[in-house]
Design a protein around this ligand. Structure first.
Ligand SMILES: C[S@@+](CC[C@H](N)C(=O)[O-])C[C@H]1O[C@@H](n2cnc3c(N)ncnc32)[C@H](O)[C@@H]1O
Length: 185
């Protein structure tokens, strides 16, 4: 199980450019190692704040979010042509096996039902696929983001990816957040 789902009534907060201090566009793109050849999954895409950044350099992005209200907020902002919005849970992704080359989840991993979600990511990602997770860390101070008791730290998040079959390329603790890069064999 995951912890509580982000309140769609607070969607505007996700569009604050100040969020880049926790994960910059450049850091995310570099971790994903993404190009125009890639089909990327954004797991818990929200208003598309980071989706847009990835879409600017990827071939296509599937923006997966369980809340219709978040997709509506994204539509109101404007959705790039190469982004397909899918209203679905990350534990039931409406895409074919091996159909994506990489996946990301920003500030959302703690909300997801991990057992079903990890199975689905493994199913949909093709061999060699990358999965980048950036989320609030239990080792943070709690000055922003969800309560500390709802968070994972880098080591436990990396262990979840490793147990699912990813080789961990990077697992970093940073101010208030962690970043994991897993690669599928
Ligand atoms: C904190 S917001 C972050 C949104 C976006 N990743 C960002 O960084 O701007 C978390 C998002 O994950 C979505 N979400 C939560 N649980 C989900 C699930 N099981 N499947 C798909 N989306 C989910 C929520 O609806 C919400 O839009």
């Amino acid at each position: 199980m995951g912890f509580h789902t982000f309140d769609a009534g607070q969607a505007d907060r996700l569009e604050d450019p100040g969020r880049y201090r926790y994960c910059s566009r450049d850091e995310l793109i570099a971790a994903l190692d993404v190009s125009e050849a890639d089909h990327v999954l954004d797991l818990g895409s929200g208003t598309g704040f980071y989706t847009d950044d990835v879409a600017a350099v990827a071939g296509s992005v599937s923006a997966i979010d369980i809340q219709a209200a978040m997709h509506a907020a994204y539509a109101e902002k404007g959705v790039p042509e190469n982004v397909d919005r899918l209203e679905a849970g990350t534990d039931d992704i409406p895409l074919a096996d091996d159909s994506a080359t990489s996946a990301l989840s920003t500030m959302t991993f703690h909300e997801l039902p991990l057992e079903g979600t990890m199975d689905e990511i493994i199913r949909v990602l093709s061999p060699g696929g990358r999965f980048v997770v950036v989320d609030w860390s239990k080792n943070g101070e709690g000055v922003a983001g969800p309560p500390l008791e709802e968070r994972y730290d880098a080591a436990s998040a990396a262990e979840t990816l490793s147990a699912a079959g990813f080789t961990i390329e990077r697992a970093s603790e940073r101010p208030e957040t962690y970043l994991i890069v897993g690669v599928l064999e």
